[in-house]
Design a protein around this ligand. Structure first.
Ligand code: PMP
Length: 445
């Protein structure tokens, strides 16, 4: 019945609506620890972490209890001008405390990551307008970047798949090459030199556009959905320097990288960079409740807070901004994240997973590139011909996915990539099991 109703009525995000009629989706009915169970009773390790979000695993009773208590205390009240609720205020304190080292002092809550990106882009334009530079309206981002699905995010997204169908998007968005050593327009395999090439391309683009027209540059510290693209350690710093030279705001999209995934509490901190703004979601509640947010430091906050009310007002917001139940989840999730020091486990288990997959690459020549080694984000790029770097066809990708699942692990399929972002609380033995499942999956293919 579930499968039939799914095929008839449920349109899935990011896929062909008819596909569910042909390829039965995996219907997950329960979860525990780092494992998920489907309606046929098959239990596997969730190496996807829900969708890069279930950082604390599925069994954190502290977060569940906080959310459930809040549901009974105050299930909803808005935080629009004139009202708010205690968990929202507590969550704002917990968030600024968590991000203090990144220089973030204010949070604007949203319902998720796409909302956060859209809001951040608007705030960036407003920031310049308030400072008397209303011509700064353009945005620069990176190819292969993923910043959500709203018009703003889609406009700065660096993958055509998310863009072309919906054009025209926001005017004035330009995309630099991704720090992707495996393929790039410079044919550069050295990550440090590639970083310099991209910084030079950034300067060129700014000169061409005119710096006084550019509002912000947005990037993920490690690109996630684009294939786990780990840049050279110099990369984000170089981009920061270019932004500073031209008065461009830097937005670090931490929707995946934030909250320990990279082995540090934020991706920007991992690379030693202080951005002007951050976008957050996913790990902020470990996926237990939909919450996102925009963080700003004093540089941005001062401009808004010192502007006359008529100009500095933020005319964007969501019914579920600072939702009390979500906010209670944020407070509990951040406290658990710190108590469990998930970043330290993410770093150790991330190295284990990366090294394990590198060993598989010696065995299977369909593995073209392995990316990761900085926390629990790992990407495996698959090819049908290693020398020619021919991308693997979709049918083979799906067979590998299914065989890996049958061997005990759920992984995620990206474009020619297998992507992994397991819960940050995963154990050594469970990472070994992921590697064994992949081994079986590749062998089957
Ligand atoms: N930014 C990044 C870096 C993301 O990975 C995502 C989601 N995968 C988003 C923004 C959008 O977040 P959401 O799906 O919660 O809208």
């Amino acid at each position: 019945f579930l499968r039939e109703m799914n095929a008839r009525h449920l349109w899935h995000p990011m896929g062909h609506p008819g596909e569910a009629q042909v390829n039965a989706p995996k219907i997950i009915k329960s979860a525990e620890g780092v494992g998920i169970t489907d309606i046929d009773g098959h239990r596997v390790i969730d190496a996807v972490g829900g969708l890069w979000c279930v950082n604390l695993g599925y069994s954190n009773d502290v977060v569940k209890q906080a959310i459930s208590d809040q549901l009974f205390q105050l299930p909803y009240y808005s935080s629009f001008a004139g009202t708010t609720n205690p968990p929202a205020i507590e969550a704002s304190y917990a968030v600024q405390d968590f991000f203090a080292e990144d220089g973030m002092t204010r949070v604007f809550f949203t319902s998720g990551g796409s909302d956060a990106v859209d809001t951040a882009l608007r705030m960036a334009r407003q920031y310049h307008r308030l400072r008397g530079e209303p011509t700064r309206t353009k945005f620069i981002s990176l190819k292969k970047g993923y910043h959500g699905t709203h018009w703003g995010g889609a406009s700065v997204n660096g993958n055509n798949r998310f863009r072309i169908t919906y054009e025209p998007l926001l005017p004035g968005c330009y995309h630099l090459p991704s720090p992707y050593t495996y393929r790039n327009p410079f044919h550069e395999t050295d990550p440090a030199k590639l970083a310099q090439n991209i910084a030079a391309a950034f300067e060129d683009e700014i000169a061409f556009q005119d710096p006084s027209t550019i509002a912000a540059f947005i990037m993920e510290p490690i690109q996630g959905a684009g294939g786990v693209i780990v840049p050279d350690p110099s990369f984000m710093k170089l981009m920061r320097e270019v932004c500073d030279r031209h008065g461009i705001l830097m937005i670090s999209d931490e929707v995946i990288c934030g909250f320990g995934r990279t082995g540090d509490w934020t991706g920007a901190r991992h690379w030693g960079v202080k951005p002007d703004m951050m976008t957050i979601a996913k790990g902020i509640t470990s996926g237990y409740f939909p919450v996102g947010g925009v963080l700003v430091g004093d540089k941005v906050a001062d401009v808004f807070e010192n502007a006359p009310a008529a100009d500095g007002a933020i005319w964007t917001g969501y019914t579920y901004s600072a939702h009390p139940v979500g906010a209670a989840g944020v407070v509990a999730c951040l406290s658990e994240t710190l108590r469990l020091d998930t970043k330290t486990n993410a770093a150790a288990r991330g190295t284990q997973l990366y090294e394990g997959v590198c060993k598989l690459a010696e065995k299977y020549d369909i593995i073209g590139d392995v990316r990761g080694g900085h926390g629990l984000m790992t990407g495996i790029e698959l090819v049908s011909d290693r020398a020619a770097k021919t991308p693997m066809d979709n049918d083979t990708m799906k067979r590998i996915h299914q065989a890996t699942y049958e061997a005990g692990t759920m992984v995620r399929l990206g474009a020619h990539n297998i992507l992994m972002s397991p819960p940050l609380v995963i154990s050594e033995a469970e990472v070994d099991q992921i590697i064994a499942s992949l081994d079986a999956g590749f062998a089957a293919a």
